[in-house]
Design a protein around this ligand. Sequence first.
Ligand SMILES: O=C(O)CCCC[C@@H]1SC[C@@H]2NC(=O)N[C@@H]21
Length: 250
Amino acid sequence: MSGDWPHGYGYLPLGEVTSTLDEARARVGEMSGPTWITATHQTAARGRRGRPWSNPAGNFAGTLVLPNLTDPASAALRSFTTALALDEALTTLTGRPEAFALKWPNDVLLNGSKLAGILLESLTERGHLTGLVIGIGVNLASAPDPGALEPGALAPVSLMGETGLSVTPDDFLEALAPAFARWEAQLRQYGFAPIRTAWLARAARIGETVTARLPGDEITGTFRTVDEAGHLVLSTPKGERAIAAGDVFF
Ligand SMILES: O=C(O)CCCC[C@@H]1SC[C@@H]2NC(=O)N[C@@H]21
């Protein structure tokens, strides 16, 4: 599997790298359109909020580069298309849709624990958005040692550990890439509304009490919905709050 796929995305499979996100930043100038970059091993993979991301062999590590995205609001919606594509790929490969759920803003859960994470990073020039890189890690073969988890954080699990199914990173990308291309085409053609509906149908903990941790603040409330901008909407004793970015704890 290399070069171009039928859906027109490029593909760059790499061996050991610091991070596929670093490779994306270094190589975006050579790319004319959306391109997947994968690595067999990352020596300095990163997760959200500057956390390290452990990447044992056999797990999926990839970055999708979307050059020429210049609207920040629509770029952020790729959290949702990416999560839906991951969910679709996992459902296709396992036949078990009921086992997976989506956690706002960027995680895929398996049996209620964290299976996959997504990290969006902006590419900018002179303060303007010029593109987006979407880093994706999926614990296919093994779950990393959770180390010291924040209170309330979900422990990682692996697809192999939870289901006994063996899926290689290459097989995973074969399912993920066309799924992403379809969700991306839908977003471009119809806007966020159908993506939002599809995401909500797969969301974990709607109607339940959750806590959103923001820099310097913590908001607890009932998870009502995700609004038209992709913000998390919580009902709190002080009224409804729409949260643009943060970490959610159950
Ligand atoms: O849940 C998170 O914190 C997001 C994790 C994202 C990890 C992936 S692995 C491939 C890509 N390269 C990185 O350095 N990080 C992302």
